[in-house]
Unconditional design. Structure first.
Length: 277
């Protein structure tokens, strides 16, 4: 009889561990649904959504054909520089036409990328898959007449992880990071403090480490009220890269505020393009 309470405690502990194990297994299996939020809706033809733009097909090394839009620079002020736009984890290219127009008006040729699973594209997003999509975008820009030494990689949020890896394989003229994080696990640990994020996370997207070893000229832009990527993570990236050209802090700005897709961001891209062009 004296042993029963102990047995009950052991049984209760076993049940708790089983439930916790099942919860962690579920989170591990569903983690990509917590990372990627694609708008998979088919987008309109480029010229309808963004006058002057045209549709481009990106062909990936694993056999996918992805839709993208190319917007040439305003003819009167064409700098001969191009911008490869690697977006964040939500929406699709239809939601980024305003920024593309701002860049074009400043003499920059713009390739608006949508990853696999976004904007009517086939496939499902993963870190490896997005890397292949970015490689395909570089090839497309080259085919359009824009060599790497005349190209700026622009990464937004999750896209900062994409371009941090991309610049290791293809060296651009410059890089602009909007709302960067040090690595994705740091963002996950901030939002899910009760989970062992670093153990569970499959898609890592390091930013600071690959860029700390790079000498590509770089601009970092972030809002100081960011509720998605903590501003201190963006500040750590700016502090840790040896080739920082400019740090732009948008006061009072949250992650998806209009200013983060507006003229001030485009002006920072233009400044770096003229610095390295």
């Amino acid at each position: 009889m004296a042993r029963r309470p102990g047995r009950r405690i052991l049984v209760a502990l076993a049940v708790v561990l089983l439930v916790a194990g099942l919860a962690l297994t579920a989170v591990c299996g569903l983690q990509r649904q917590l990372i990627y939020f694609p708008d998979a809706t088919d987008v309109a033809p480029a010229a309808e959504a963004l006058p002057g733009a045209r549709d481009v097909t990106l062909r990936t090394s694993d056999g996918l054909e992805l839709g993208a839009w190319y917007l040439p620079a305003d003819a009167a002020g064409d700098t001969g520089m191009a911008v490869l736009m690697a977006p964040g984890n939500g929406g699709n290219r239809a939601g980024r036409t305003g920024l593309a127009r701002h860049l074009s008006d400043r003499g920059l040729n713009v390739l608006m990328v949508d990853y696999r699973g976004y904007g009517g594209n086939p496939g499902s997003p993963t870190e490896k898959g997005l890397a292949a999509d970015a490689d395909a975008a570089v090839r497309a820009l080259t085919d359009l007449g824009h060599p790497l030494d005349r190209t700026i990689f622009f990464g937004e949020s999750l896209g900062t992880g994409v371009v941090a890896g991309l610049q290791q394989r293809h060296r651009p003229a410059g890089i602009v990071l909007r709302s960067p994080f040090t690595e994705l696990a740091d963002v996950g640990s901030h939002h899910y403090r009760w989970l062992p994020v670093r153990t569970l996370l499959r898609d890592r997207f390091p930013v600071l480490d690959p860029l700390a070893a790079s000498n590509v000229p770089l601009t970092v832009i972030y809002g100081d009220r960011d509720s998605v990527v903590p501003s201190e993570l963006s500040a750590r990236v700016a502090d840790g890269v040896p080739s920082l050209v400019e740090r732009v802090v948008l006061r009072g700005a949250d992650h998806n505020d209009a200013v983060m897709f507006g003229s001030r961001v485009a002006e920072a891209v233009e400044r770096l393009a003229r610095e390295v062009g």
